[in-house]
Every structure is written in structure tokens, then in C-alpha cells.
Design a protein around this ligand. Sequence first.
Ligand SMILES: [Fe+2]
Ligand SMILES: [Fe+2]
Length: 183
Amino acid sequence: MMIERIHREHGYMVRLLALLRHKLNLLKSERPVNYGVLRELVDYLANHAEKVHHPKEDILYHYYLEHYGHNQQIDNLELEHKTLSEKSHAFLDMVEMVLQDAVIPQDIFIEHLQAFLDAQKKHLEIEERNVFPHLIEKFTVKDWQAVEEQWSVCEDDPVFGATIAEQYQQLADRVHQTEHECS
Ligand SMILES: [Fe+2]
Ligand SMILES: [Fe+2]
């Protein structure tokens, strides 16, 4: 079901945001980070989320607004998908610049990384804590069928799924390495 897929993707994002926080802490204590992995991570949160995650949520939010009326929080989330996307791409550009040896003061980079992390985390938490429980309460079986019919993209996650996409290879290795460290 759509809501389960969205929830699963949030689980992936939470894991990536934890990895991002780890990198932020390394940078704050002036230790080196792998910017290649960082670029893949931000790329995933920007490009992949834009392709398969936000569009699914937008279907739910549109449907809700059409059938259940105005809801300020849902209105805000739709708008936030646009601003999150802009912020993510701006930060991705900054990471690319570092990889191309552009001189970016460390404190400025840390500030942007922190802002990116906070914005992603806040958005996800509002969805999980406030909005999805409300949708689940309101939506009928017919509603879920109607939204399901609007999404037909075949999905295999490029980092956490069975086939790792070439552009996320380093990130997938890092994620699986973290799993081993934790077990
Ligand atoms: Fe969202
Ligand atoms: Fe989300």
C-alpha cells in the first residue's frame, strides 16, 4: 500500500539523516569526512525523493484537500516539498563545489549542512507524527483505492533495494557497513 511504501521510505531517510548527523559531528570536531558519500547522500535526498517520494505524498495531500477540505498543515507540506527541493539542490551544488576543490569556509559549510539536516528532519517528523495519523483516521478504503490508482511507478529503492544504482554505490556500501558495525 502507498502509505506503507511512504513509511518505509521515511525509515530509509531516517537512517540517512543519522549518517548525515554523524558526518556533521565529525566536521564540527574538525575530523575528515568522505565528501563522495556525502554527495551521494544529498543527491538521494534531493533527486530520488523528488522522483518517487514527494509525488506519492502529493497525491495523498491533493486528494485530502479535494475531499476533506482545507487543512493548514497539509497545505504547508505541499509547499515545503518545493522549498525543500530548492534547498536540497542548493546544498548539493555546494557539496559538488567542495568536491571540485572550491574554497568554502568550514563554518559556512557546517551551517548549511545543519540547516539542510534540520529542514529534512522537521518535514519528516510533521508527516509521521501529525499528518499521516490524521490521514489514516480520515481515509476510507475507497479513498486508499483512489489514491493507489494514481500511482503506477514501479519502484525498487536504488540504495536500500535489491539493485544498487551506480550513482549511489559508495553510499550503499557505507549504509551496509554501518549495519555490520551495529550488529
Ligand atoms: Fe513530504
Ligand atoms: Fe515524506
